[in-house]
Design a protein around this ligand. Structure first.
Ligand code: ZN
Length: 485
């Protein structure tokens, strides 16, 4: 009775099919059946694996089943076209061969003349398996080098990130339809919006994730949104793993401050989780308590008519400096229009001493330095690993304090950057135009303008005897940027 052997056919990745090493399954099959006929062997099963890398462990492939058939005695060996079809890892290939030999089986690869049953077959196997592995290594390093060169030329490698489109030369450019929404997604994250809410926002605005395997995606996953928010490609960078290869490879969609704030995800005292409340504050992070000097927080409360309103308030208890003797509170509904009115008045005044738009650039430099310092201090503290010395509570408090400092510095840097975008652009508005355009500005744009001109707003506690009737102007002082006092 003739021996039975199984046939194994592997076709490597589809994208490699035009290459010289591509041998069609039909050719492989013909060679295998031809050899079995010639040697009077019955062909058992033929397994064809497509689009499977030879580097994948044999037991995870269809080939593993054929090995088990040899081990169980269902077949007496395996016939393949070439050893490189059998496996690319030299060690693994040889281990598989050992498995076959251990049970008295036989491995034949027709094209390169390997027959483990023949004298010298084992040596040839070892040599060929080594060559197969080397060839794979070369192909890999060739790919890595090509990828690297592309990155150095500023060409993005991989699927085009949402928010960009591909230019003729392979570099990225802004996709005018999706880019504004991707940038907005970062700002929403910076304000503490959840991944799910950002996903819905992107979907509603038709900024959809990449199509996969020919299917157009219509929905964002949380992890998909996360991978966008942590991707440095949106800062114009190209990276090889963690390593920065090309800066300014293409137009960034957002500022460094915006990117960093998004990484912090809006956790912290400067932000209110409820986006609708935070969005109401024109002066967020600019308002300070007259009594204790601390920055006022923003929180929501429900008015008598059921509407949600936002208030600036002193937190009273301040770590390290005791309790505030006269904690200030002010509603966004009275304080914001008051400061806005003062600002518009000053802008409309030709003799105004307000800081000019071009001076905003200086503010960016001024705010960048404290940001770097705060970041360096946090990094240094984390690197010293003092947790065991300080104890967990104290350590956490110290880390949080430094994180807050980073957030505050980032916020100020980001304000300067935004002010620069709005005031420093080519067609930047004159103060007079700003007054005219004011009603058409978005809340973000108004904030940026306010931050360009207002350094801080100091609020005192309302007189308890006349709370409702006391004009806000009596207890508010506006400090303009670049002016003493
Ligand atoms: Zn206070």
């Amino acid at each position: 009775m003739p021996a039975t052997m199984d046939g194994y056919i592997r076709v490597s990745r589809v994208s490699g099919r035009t290459g010289e090493s591509y041998i069609s399954p039909k050719v492989q099959r013909e060679k295998i059946t031809g050899w079995t006929k010639l040697h009077d062997i019955t062909l058992g099963q033929i397994v064809v694996e497509e689009d499977v890398s030879g580097a994948k462990p044999i037991d995870e492939r269809e080939l593993g089943k054929l090995l088990k058939r040899v081990e169980s005695g269902a077949s007496e060996g395996i016939v393949a076209f070439k050893l490189s079809r059998f496996g690319r890892g030299a060690l693994e290939t040889l281990q598989a061969v050992e498995r076959i030999r251990n049970v008295g089986g036989r491995l034949v690869t027709v094209e390169d003349g390997v027959d483990s049953a023949k004298p010298g077959g084992r040596l040839l196997l070892t040599v060929l398996a080594g060559l197969a592995e080397e060839e794979l290594e070369q192909r890999r390093s060739g790919w890595a080098a090509a990828r690297r060169q592309a990155l150095e030329r500023g060409v993005h490698v991989g699927p085009t990130p949402v928010g960009y489109r591909r230019r003729g030369d392979g570099r990225l450019e802004e996709d005018p339809l999706a880019a504004p929404f991707i940038a907005a997604a970062f700002r929403r994250r910076a304000e503490g919006e959840s991944w799910g809410a950002i996903a819905r926002f992107l979907e509603q605005n038709n900024a959809l994730p990449l199509a996969r395997k020919g299917r157009k995606s219509v929905a964002w996953s949380r992890s998909g949104v996360k991978s966008v928010i942590c991707n440095r490609v949106y800062r114009g960078e190209l990276r090889d793993g963690d390593e920065l290869v090309c800066e300014n490879a293409h137009q960034p969609l957002l500022s460094e401050g915006e990117w960093k704030l998004a990484q912090l995800g809006g956790i912290g005292p400067l932000y209110v989780k409820d986006g609708s409340i935070a969005a109401q504050g024109l002066l967020t992070s600019l308002v300070f308590c007259a009594a204790c000097g601390h920055r006022l927080s923003l929180t929501g409360s429900t008015a008598k008519n059921g509407e949600r309103v936002a208030n600036y308030f002193c937190r009273i208890h301040h770590a390290g400096s005791g309790d505030c003797p006269e904690p200030a509170v002010a509603s966004t509904r009275t304080l914001d229009p008051h400061v806005q009115g003062l600002l518009l008045e000053a802008l409309a005044d030709p003799a105004s001493k307000l800081v000019k738009a071009h001076e905003v650039g200086a503010r960016i430099a001024e705010t960048a330095e404290p940001m770097k310092q705060a970041e360096a201090e946090l990094d240094t503290f984390l690197a010293t690993e003092l947790a065991s010395v300080l104890g967990p509570d104290r350590y956490r408090a110290e880390v949080e304090r430094r994180q807050d400092a980073v957030r505050t510095a980032l916020r100020e840097f980001d304000d300067a950057m935004r002010a620069n975008l709005i005031l420093g652009q080519e067609k930047s508005r004159t103060p007079k135009q700003l007054v005219t355009d004011w009603p058409t500005l978005t809340m973000d744009e108004k904030r940026a303008v306010v931050r360009a001109y207002v350094d801080r707003v100091i609020v005192a506690k309302a007189d308890p005897k006349r709370r409702r009737w006391q004009p806000i102007s009596e207890r508010v002082e506006v400090c303009w940027t670049g002016q003493p006092g």
